[in-house]
Each structure stands twice: as structure tokens, then as C-alpha cells.
Design a protein. Structure first.
Length: 479
């Protein structure tokens, strides 16, 4: 049990009614999950306004209500706390409830369109290999040392976040590496957390269904870096056109990384080149490796030990994960679900395709992918065009249609390719059959890229999820 007055430290309270010394057992955002003596925080959501559930949660045992809207009927025995912004308030309250766990380890956030999962996962692996206890929060999985927990979404709600970080602290973790989504910044899910550092990977077309414009999307990313204190650090990829923008008004110590700009020494800055060896391939992975090296060094790790540990890092599930059949066909699964990510992966495969192979004929690239339903539609024709331009055969299929008709999604994709250019394009709605077809037409030395779902083990159609694993499908048909 915690005392309410202590939980309100640093919360901007407009007014209060009732006892501030009441003891509370938990903090909840969900009216369906209310414990006796709990705090209920009413959030204004995009669809549902939590204020409509106040009477209901009081009947279930809530003793404190945190709210924004005006309330005229105050119930006896209930404490009411009016705040400027419930979204910010709940993060601070949750952090106080769990004894500010983000202050008790070194929390590093990773944000960007592509590379978040790979960077956070490799950082966790690196620090575990260096002998540290460490946690991770990401799109695919959350980890406390070597224990894994399914991740529901990239960045959880503030209560779940603080609870998980507190569990990491209790298990002795000294570090935590966390994917920070643009949605979580906009919705203030990370309010109340203390980050020692952050890294920006890149920013490309994505999530415009939510942010509406690329400028809003960039501003959300930048909001994360602006909250890092002057004692922390920021690393930005300045080969991305938004890299310098992310550093902008940030208070933290600023560092940059680049594969393309010449390093030199100027003013008070010290710039240097590094030679890093890795098993990972592709320019996009070079950025990921350079980023994790920079984070490790800024966290005080020995450079040579970090370089040695980096050599042993393996690829992340669903990120350029590949198999090779007995017939010499290479199947690749990648999460690429944005135009930039698909371009990067296909550029890497085209570079591999150009390497000499003993006894192989002219290699083909066969690409299988679709676009997700109920998501940014503007990228569909762009991705189709990239797939067409950089593949020898393009098979367009379903990804996660969600509530959209697969045919409508594929029509949007087809708009990126002129009708006369459809000679090397096939449309197969059923993803099983699409992958089977790709494997059937592949010959020795060919590459099959199955893109879009990566690590996902399901396909979502009309609100229902059924088991689907791209790598399983490749292995089944390539045998």
C-alpha cells in the first residue's frame, strides 16, 4: 500500500477533494481491472473517454479518481484529483507507485522508423555477453535477463512499463534497452521515466494513418529526445535527413554517427573512425552495429571488449533471417514493412546476387510481400514499385488484412506499377500459396525474400488471428 500524497509528487494538480493521506493498493487505467483501494486515472482516448467509467470504478472499489473533466457530484469517502493532463499524470503516479524504477538502472531508448527492434535486441545481447544483468522492452518480446515475456505492443502503458522496469530492478538488472514508438511519445506513455540516453536510427514514411503528416511523425520522435536530461546522451544517425533535427533543442549531450560523412576534428568536438567486424550483412545492419557500439562506449564500456563481443552477435529473428536449401536456394524472412526498409533489404540482396557463385547460373530475386490493413495506405504503391524495380519476380499477397478486404489492399499496391509492366508480377491473395509458388519457381542460386511480417507468428483477418510463420512456410516448401 502507498500513501496518495507521496504518489502525487511532481504531478501538476489543479484541485483536490478528499483525503490525500488515503492508502492505495494499485494504479489502473482500465475500468475492467479495478482492485479495492485503487487509483483510477480517467484518460481521454481517441475512441473512448475514461471519464464515463468513474461511477462504475467507484462501485468496484476505487478510492481515488484522477481526472481532467469537470465533476459536480463528489462521492463521500472518495478522493478526487483534478489534473491538467491525465496522460502525463498517470506516468508520474505509476513511476512513484513503483518507487521510480527507471532511476535505479540505466535506461536507454531506441527510436526511429526502422532498426528499433534490431538495435534494442542487439544491445541486450551485447550487455548480457559482457556479463551484465539487463532488461529489454520491444515489439517482439520483453526480457528480464534471459527470461522472455510476450510483448503486446512496442511501448506498453505507463503502469505496465513501470511495473516491468521494477521487476528488472528486483532481478538485479543494471541496464534496460527499450524501443520507443512515436505513438508512445504522442500519448505520453513514457512520461515519468528517466532515460540516461537515446538513439535515433532513421525516419521514413510510416504511421501517417496516425500522425497524418511526416512533420508530425518527426515531431513525435523529437519529443522523446527533448525529455532526456542534460546529464544524459543522444546519438543521432546524421546520414538520415532528420538526424540533425532530432538533436535540435535537446538538453542532453549530443553525438552523431555516420557511414558516409568523413570524420574530422573541429571546435570542441572529437570525431573518430572505427573498424567494427560483424556477422550481420547489409548497410542497414552497419548502422545498427555502429549505433550499439556508440551506446556501449557512452555507457562506459571498454572499446576493445565491446568490439570483440560485437563479432559474436547473431541476427535477430525476422530481421534478414535466412535459410539455404539443399538445392542452393536462399530464403530470407524480413520484417520490412515500410518503403525504406524494403529498399534496404532488396539492395542488400541485389549486392549478394552480384557476388560470384561457383556452379550457379544467373540468380533471380523472387519477392513475396503485402501491406497491412488499417494502416498507412500511402506507402502501398511505393512499396509495390520498389518490389517491382528490384526483383526479377514479384508476388504480391496478403500481410495482415485486419478489417480491410485483401483485394482492396492489393489494388492499392498495384497502382504503383503501370499496367504494361505487370509481366513479372503475380497476385496471389493466399499467403501460403504465394510462398509455395515462390519456392516452386526458384532454382539453384535464387533468392526468395518474404517480407512484411518477420518475427510475427500469426496472420490477422477480420479481428481473428491464426497461426502463420513465414520462416515455417519457407522451410516447408524448400525442404
Amino acid at each position: 500500500m502507498k500513501i496518495l500524497s507521496e504518489l502525487l509528487e511532481n504531478v501538476k494538480v489543479l484541485e483536490n477533494h478528499g483525503n490525500l493521506d488515503v492508502h492505495v493498493s494499485s494504479v489502473s487505467l482500465d475500468s475492467r481491472v479495478i482492485e479495492p483501494h485503487s487509483i483510477f486515472v480517467a484518460l481521454k482516448g481517441n475512441v473512448i473517454d475514461g471519464h464515463i467509467f468513474i461511477d462504475e470504478v467507484i462501485k468496484k472499489g476505487a478510492v481515488v479518481i484522477v481526472y481532467e473533466n469537470n465533476i459536480s457530484d463528489y462521492k463521500e469517502g472518495i478522493t478526487y484529483i483534478k489534473v491538467i493532463d491525465s496522460h502525463s499524470a498517470v506516468g508520474i503516479i505509476a513511476s512513484n507507485f513503483y518507487d521510480n524504477p527507471s532511476h535505479k538502472l540505466k535506461l536507454v531508448g531506441v527510436t526511429g522508423t526502422n532498426g528499433k527492434t534490431t538495435t534494442a535486441t542487439l544491445l541486450h545481447k551485447l550487455f548480457r555477453n559482457l556479463g551484465y544483468k539487463a532488461g529489454m522492452m520491444g515489439t517482439v518480446v520483453n526480457k528480464i535477463n534471459d527470461k522472455s515475456y510476450e510483448a503486446i505492443r512496442t511501448t506498453p502503458d505507463p503502469v505496465s512499463l513501470n511495473k516491468l522496469i521494477a521487476e528488472m530492478v528486483d532481478d538485479g538488472c543494471e541496464y534496460c534497452f527499450m524501443e520507443v514508438s512515436s505513438h508512445s511519445v504522442s500519448e505520453k506513455r513514457i512520461a515519468g521515466l528517466y532515460f540516461i540516453g537515446g538513439i535515433f536510427t532513421n525516419l521514413t514514411l510510416d504511421h501517417l494513418d496516425y500522425h497524418k503528416t511526416l512533420e508530425n511523425y518527426a515531431e513525435a520522435k523529437k519529443g522523446f529526445f527533448d525529455m532526456i536530461s542534460s546529464s544524459g546522451f543522444i546519438i543521432a544517425n546524421i546520414d538520415d535527413e532528420k538526424g540533425e533535427y532530432m538533436l535540435g533543442s535537446a538538453k542532453a549531450n549530443k553525438y552523431t554517427l555516420s557511414l558516409k560523412k568523413e570524420a574530422d576534428s573541429s571546435g570542441n568536438e572529437v570525431n573518430f573512425k572505427e573498424r567494427l567486424e560483424t556477422k550481420l550483412i547489409g548497410e542497414f545492419n552497419m548502422y545498427n552495429i555502429l549505433g550499439i557500439y556508440a551506446v556501449a562506449v557512452l555507457l562506459g564500456q571498454d572499446k576493445e571488449k565491446v568490439k570483440t563481443a560485437i563479432k559474436e552477435l547473431e541476427s535477430v529473428d525476422g530481421r534478414f533471417q535466412y535459410i539455404k536449401s539443399k538445392d542452393g536456394i536462399i530464403g530470407i524472412v524480413d520484417y520490412a514493412h515500410t518503403p525504406d526498409a524494403l529498399l534496404n533489404v532488396l539492395e542488400t540482396i541485389n549486392n549478394l546476387k552480384g557476388l560470384p557463385k561457383q556452379g550457379f547460373g544467373k540468380a533471380k530475386i523472387i519477392t513475396v510481400f503485402g501491406c497491412g490493413g488499417d494502416r498507412d495506405k500511402s506507402k502501398r504503391p511505393l512499396m509495390a514499385r520498389i518490389g517491382y524495380d528490384m526483383s526479377d519476380v514479384l508476388i504480391m499477397t496478403s500481410d495482415n488484412p485486419r478489417t480491410e478486404k485483401p483485394e482492396d489492399i492489393l489494388n492499392d499496391m498495384r497502382n504503383g506499377i503501370s499496367l504494361e509492366a505487370l509481366d513479372k508480377v503475380e497476385i496471389i491473395i493466399d499467403r501460403h500459396l504465394a510462398i509455395e509458388k515462390a519456392c516452386a519457381i526458384a532454382k539453384r542460386g535464387d533468392y526468395i525474400l518474404v517480407a512484411g511480417k518477420g518475427h510475427e507468428k500469426y496472420q490477422e483477418t477480420n479481428g481473428m488471428k491464426s497461426h502463420f510463420d513465414d520462416m515455417e512456410e519457407l522451410e516447408k516448401y524448400l525442404k
